[in-house]
Write a protein that binds this ligand. Sequence first.
Ligand SMILES: Cc1cc2nc3c(=O)[nH]c(=O)nc-3n(C[C@H](O)[C@H](O)[C@H](O)COP(=O)(O)OP(=O)(O)OC[C@H]3O[C@@H](n4cnc5c(N)ncnc54)[C@H](O)[C@@H]3O)c2cc1C
Length: 330
Amino acid sequence: MKMTEKDCKGILVFAEQKKERIHRVSYELLGKGKELAAQLDCPLCSVVLGPPDMDVAELIYRGADIVYHITDPMAFAAPDEVLYEQNLVRLIRDVKPEICLFGATNFGRSLAPRVAAKLGAGLTADCTHLAIDQGQLVQIRPAFSENILAHIQSTAYPQMATVRYKEFNEAPRDTNRKGQIKAMEAYVSDNSPVKILEEIVKEDFDIADANVVVAAGAGVKAKEDLKMLQELAELLGGKLGASRAAVEAGLIAKDHQVGYSGNRVKPSIYIACGISGAPQHIAGMKESGIIIAINSDPSAPILNIADYAIVGNLYEIIPKMIRKLKNMKS
Ligand SMILES: Cc1cc2nc3c(=O)[nH]c(=O)nc-3n(C[C@H](O)[C@H](O)[C@H](O)COP(=O)(O)OP(=O)(O)OC[C@H]3O[C@@H](n4cnc5c(N)ncnc54)[C@H](O)[C@@H]3O)c2cc1C
């Protein structure tokens, strides 16, 4: 049965965990959720699925009034969306929140639509802002290649959204906060349609976590040339990012892509190397602290948003930067 506006109260934030480490987007959602809950005068709740001995108090410290801890010793070790969906749908039907928020991580993007479909609710993906208007959630996200900001309101309940990582500030941590932790045993079916055959362990790489990003664009001609960008990134304690053109040219994996259809980053320093500055790229990095752009074309748009615009050949400039940094360190 579909939920209606009058059935529903409260905000529920899905806290994603991997190996019992909660993804930081969950703290960002709790930060925003707290603001929305104050406007709606409703409780802020969070749900986490994991082993019974997992420490979930952090969600209280970050603003949750109630934490629903759905427990099973083993079942949530693997990212089985079907199992997560079955348990979340049961909880949501029981608790009846008016708003459900998920991080727009790979897992969140796969899980949230399954939950919404089961509940017969709508879902706005990849929101960049959230607001309340006359008691209703306004879900704001870029549309038409970032040319407009769409304001979306759902008529179905709960109102559901995924929100991009690094859009909101993390909720401050207050270890004196008190809240309720409600532990409940998970529903685990014997015949899950998902069978994990093999786990391929990949480096846990998230460009969004980098404090310094050195990003390669189509101005970088060959894979081999990325070594000098990598060296620069390492000297600065940073990570390698890329434009979509660099990813599509096969220079680097998609995980490194910054922009509208890639990752949103907010490092202290962003160094764009041979990137023209298309709006879809800028959408992913414009919140960076200091932007340094190296481009041989003085009319490249990226130079207009750069704090330091270096017009020249990256193959000459980057080695000079590396030498300078090494000299400073020696
Ligand atoms: C729906 C949609 C989503 C998109 N999503 C993304 C996204 O997430 N991220 C993204 O990046 N793009 C995205 N794009 C693509 C985007 O529009 C651009 O095509 C792309 O960003 C261009 O990448 P670039 O700047 O590396 O390449 P180019 O535009 O080709 O620019 C290369 C730059 O390198 C400079 N250059 C060349 N040689 C040198 C040299 N030796 N030294 C210094 N400078 C040099 C050139 O002057 C030029 O400015 C998207 C497009 C669409 C339609």
